[in-house]
Write a new protein. Sequence first.
Length: 211
Amino acid sequence: MKPYPYDPQLFAARADELARNVRDIASAGWTPATSSNFSQRLDAHHVAITVSGGDKGELTADGIMVVDLEGNAVATERRSSAETLLHTRLYRRFAEVGCVLHTHSQNQTVASRLYAPAGKVRLEGYEMLKAFHGNTTHEAAIELPVLPNSQHMPTLADQVDALLDRQTMWGYLIDGHGLYAWGRDMVEARRHLEAFDFLLGCELELRKLQR
Ligand SMILES: CSC[C@@H](O)[C@@H](O)C(=O)COP(=O)(O)O
Ligand SMILES: [Zn+2]
């Protein structure tokens, strides 16, 4: 019998890559006070994801574990991120999703509060929109949804699924909480995360200047 239902060498490589990228993201100040969680697909049934809690700025491969696509821990007693379901539901829905990143930057959290009543942030006219997979022009517009926060992950995950039934999207905000962004691999997910944060920063700055 195989000791693990996943490839341990692949897990080791992915865990290293994930930890390196997360430390980098944390150095921007986007993961305050042990917040934020991160994952990468291993195969059709398994995901490498951060263990719950802990300073993400100090993350090493040891702070990463494996879950299945229902969010159950695999071959470990450790507790995965409290928000595991928000990751695994994306991997379950889209075979092409390879990486999910969740952060709590100030831009993301402030924008989530400001735009919660509208339920979305409309981003248009920016060259940076080309950072999103499928966009080739600044003349595009993107609607970044803002969901009400909840501690009940199935509720949040159902709301995300309902949005995905209606639109293509690479991320969403949760009110008073932060941003989820994803992509086909780490490079693309980071590009989407950084583009969302930059664009939200621009919108917030414009608001201040226009007062
Ligand atoms: C420290 S508050 C943030 C948490 O409640 C949560 O939103 C979060 O992003 C991190 O939870 P975690 O269980 O470590 O993945
Ligand atoms: Zn969070």
